[in-house]
Design a protein around this ligand. Structure first.
Ligand code: UD1
Ligand code: UDP
Length: 355
């Protein structure tokens, strides 16, 4: 049985790394296939997990379009599948890398395994294009690895048979446990910042680009000013993000803007934060492991588990709503809440399911 594991962006590397490392440990025949949809941010994560791709499509261009990425991924993966005759292609999440790879695998008769299946916001345009990508991938997947009961329920409601759905937990918990056990996070944080109890910010979603992102930042800045809480923000490399962030925060003296940081450093920043404001999917899933509250700067969510478990709120995308959510969020008591995203054994469950 030969498995190809695909990744292209920062979060995909983090979330497939445990599966790839576990497959090697189990003696399975596995190839690591990089699209490099994110060149620098993908490489940064590969280094942390010590993974060298067997194939690297190297497709990224500045301000790339969705169709260019999809077309290149399908073309390259077609070539690799033909050559390697993979039985399984594993894709993760909802990126264009994952969606295009699932289609290429389906066309060539390789079975698709979808890691983090069944997430749904219910709005095809939010997040765009991820909500469509998720649905397309699940449609062609042989096995769907749902991280939670809710994601499994979403799939059953769409008519998929129970035999094809496995509840595994989210592999991000495996990844963060691996890093937390191996590295001293407090030391890692001290290498990059000398403040504590800040609001940790990440923003990048396509549907927030422009005025919504500006409004979110104004809300976070008001909170920071009124409560004298520093902002720590590793800024995504996407130029569309930077053109909004820089004019609002670059000159603000209580904001520390960083280049994207490696995964060890990011987890260390999470550990030292007072509260988190983010539109990231992965960050929402990591925060409960560090007992942090997340103000989700979006209008929809595919991760209702965060809110139901008490670890966060869906704040919307206006300055006022984000400000208010931060004010309420800092005083929420998080003791005794249960992490809804898994127990850190997802990779083993995924591989056992295909064996
Ligand atoms: C992509 C995913 C999104 C995921 C996010 C994680 C799609 C459609 N979107 O969004 O689901 O949440 O990654 O961060 O698949 N860039 C660099 N270097 C890098 C990375 C990005 O310069 O290492 C710049 C490039 O100009 C690139 C642009 O950012 O063209 C956008 O990258 P892209 O992958 O198209 O979209 P993201 O917004 O990063
Ligand atoms: N992350 C990181 N360095 C950073 C910012 C984020 O390692 O500077 C990690 C974070 O821990 C999480 C993932 O990247 O696991 C989230 O990536 P992103 O927000 O880009 O994508 P999403 O999860 O929204 O798809």
């Amino acid at each position: 049985m030969k498995i190809g594991i695909i990744f292209g962006t920062r979060p995909e590397v983090i979330k497939v790394a445990p599966v790839y490392m576990k497959a090697l440990e189990m003696g399975l025949e596995v190839r690591a296939i990089a699209t490099a949809q994110h060149r620098q941010m993908m490489d940064m994560m590969l280094k942390v997990f010590n993974i060298t791709p067997d194939y690297d499509m190297n497709i990224m261009t500045q301000n790339q379009s969705l169709n260019t990425v999809a077309a290149k991924v399908i073309t390259y993966l077609d070539e690799y599948i033909t050559k390697e005759k993979f039985d399984w292609i594993f894709v993760q999440g909802d990126t264009t890398t994952a969606m295009a790879s699932a289609i290429a695998a389906f066309h060539r008769g390789a079975k698709v395994g979808h890691i983090e299946a069944g997430l749904r916001s219910g709005d095809l345009y939010d997040p765009f294009p991820e909500e469509m990508n998720r649905q397309v991938i699940d449609r062609v997947a042989e096995l769907m690895f749902a991280p939670t009961e809710i994601s499994a329920y979403n799939l059953e409601s769409e008519g998929f048979s129970k035999e094809r759905i496995k509840i595994t937990g989210n592999t991000v918990v495996d990844a963060l446990n691996f890093i937390s056990e191996k590295f001293d996070l407090d030391k890692a944080r001290e290498k990059v910042i000398d403040v504590r109890d800040y609001v940790l910010v990440t923003l990048h979603r396509r549907e927030n680009w422009g005025t919504k992102m500006a409004a979110i930042l104004e809300g976070i800045k008001r909170f920071s000013l009124e409560y004298n809480i520093p902002i720590v923000f590793p800024v995504h490399l996407n130029p569309k993000v930077r053109e909004v962030v820089n004019p609002i925060l670059k000159e603000y003296k209580n904001a520390i803007l960083l280049e994207p940081v490696d995964y060890i450093t990011f987890l260390s920043l999470l550990k030292g934060a007072k509260i988190v404001a983010s539109d990231s999917g992965g960050v929402q899933e990591e925060a409960p492991s560090f007992s942090k509250y997340v103000v989700v700067c979006r209008n929809t969510t595919e991760r209702p588990e965060l809110i139901q478990s008490g670890f966060g709120t869906l704040a919307g995308t206006t300055a006022e709503s984000v400000y208010k959510a931060l004010v309420n969020g800092v005083s929420v008591n998080l003791t005794n809440l249960k992490n809804p995203f898994g127990d850190g054994n997802a990779a083993g469950k995924i591989l056992n399911a295909i064996i």
